[in-house]
Design a protein around this ligand. Sequence first.
Ligand code: G3P
Length: 218
Amino acid sequence: MKFFVDTADVEVIRDLADTGLLDGVTINPSLVMKTGRPFLDAVAEICELVDGPVSAEVAATDYPTMIKEARRLASIADNVAVKVPLTRDGLRTCREMSEVGTMVNVTLCFSAAQAILAAKAGAAFVSPFVGRLDDVATDGMDLIESVVDIYDNYPGWSTEVLVASVRHPLHVVAAASLGAHVVTVPPKVIEQLFAHPLTDKGLAAFVADWERTGQSIL
Ligand code: G3P
């Protein structure tokens, strides 16, 4: 399963890229607003930091403007994945951009029916939002299971399931258990994935016992 980080914070991305665990980045208008930075500058800088796909979302909702924005975003770097909403105009833009070889991430997916259309439109990724479904008492991981099962019926489809709106480590574990291709994780949740109190306790004991040996490796 590929790991993307869900942030527009360049310093956080730089730090995570150094771990070697980062396969890509997803950003959206809300995340860009949080940084207060010029969007196009941030996208260009992030594309330099990571080799993998960097999802950069269009702002328009109408096809004529979306397609222009999509072409502008795609021109920034080869690893830009243009992000479009799962709407009729978004899927039309997806079809046109994917046909010329641009990666497209179709976002704001909340049903299996929508995910089928995203695959039909040639999306590189479809982003079902599990956390927002959980927020309305609908199990977001049930959608992931449905979409993965449906996509498995059509090996000719190239769309990858990119689990988004992740809120805690168990979303990541469930995504992997269900065979999702990608998970995009907020920085806070990535830190939670690393952390376990028994690891901390065990490491402290190892360090203390090693110091008592009086030895050194170097
Ligand atoms: O990638 C989509 C993600 O940023 C949305 O997350 O927590 O706002 O539902 P959230």
